[in-house]
Design a protein around this ligand. Sequence first.
Ligand code: SF4
Length: 375
Amino acid sequence: MYIHFPWCARKCPYCDFATEPLRVGELPHEAYTDALLRELDARADDLPGRTLKSIFFGGGTPSLWKPAELGRALSAIRAAFDVEVERLEVTVECNPSSLTRKNAALLREAGVDRLSIGVQSLRDSHLDFLGRLHDADRAITALRDAVAEMPRVSADLMFGMPGQSEAELSKDIARVADTGVRHVSAYALTIEEKTMFGSLHRAGKLRVAPEEQYASMFELVETRFAELGWIHYEVSNYAAKGEESRHNLHYWRGGAYLGLGAAAVGCLDRGPGSAERWRNDPNPRRYLSETTLVTETEMLGPEEIIRESLMLGLRTIEGTCLADTAERAGKNPVQGREQEIETALGRGDLVSDGQRLRVPQSRWLKLDGIVRDLF
Ligand code: SF4
């Protein structure tokens, strides 16, 4: 279950997520929970026979939401399912500027067991460049408070900011790990077209790091986490053993999910070889005022299911399970691309044990091209 909270205190200039800036005093805390519960009700027919495995509150900045209201949504979701797994994972994305120790404790009381904190960098000049509301000290305090109150904490880090040195990035990783955090998502800064950075870049007013710098920083991040004994379990994700995000693993394994909230996306299997994906209206005001507002619906057939299964599964250390994919797609995923797979195996871009296809970690920098060559 994915819940989207569509507001932030300020829009970051590189961000193309479906989120709008809103003054904290104007957030419709109760009304948003009410709207989510209306949507949950409207989707009641989709729930029987499904097991609730994880809940992820993303955004936007769900740490701006009153914990009591987030908790009300959480309880209603749990009550709506007949079955849930024994260790339900409940994650909330947070920004250091809106996470206090008290809030973390209230979220824990509400049933949250994992926080994912948007640190991005521990150098104030990079945080200024990224338009973030926190500084490095605030980020470290938020991480320590989160670790003190929550069983599981993750941090987001970014690399490839202009002028960022490898020594700075190494230090960021060491300082984040030192707080007791056991999971990190490390992303390269990318310039998205419909953002302020996109406009500045088009106008020639934004310097970006050269391609080779991204590659060497990616390798540096991998080396630093390997030294800590963490697992590089997905292209952008690192975890101490057992600390992998179960919610994200479920996506990468092609699992079904429901999305609630403005701009939320859901995708449910509709029998072998068929799945339905939809996206809610991204406009929060319209979402608040109507029942369920789906703006886009797409039916996926066997080929689309196979394509996504390879695209997502090959991003992970475990790779794509051929039997699972065949079951979901109603078709053997190898059929029709024997030659492409053979060529990739011959080049060492893919490895197979007969059950799974994997891209070796040493080739992850070339992942996009390797996957493209399979289609
Ligand atoms: S806080 Fe996160 S979701 Fe909000 S604008 Fe910044 S990057 Fe985007």
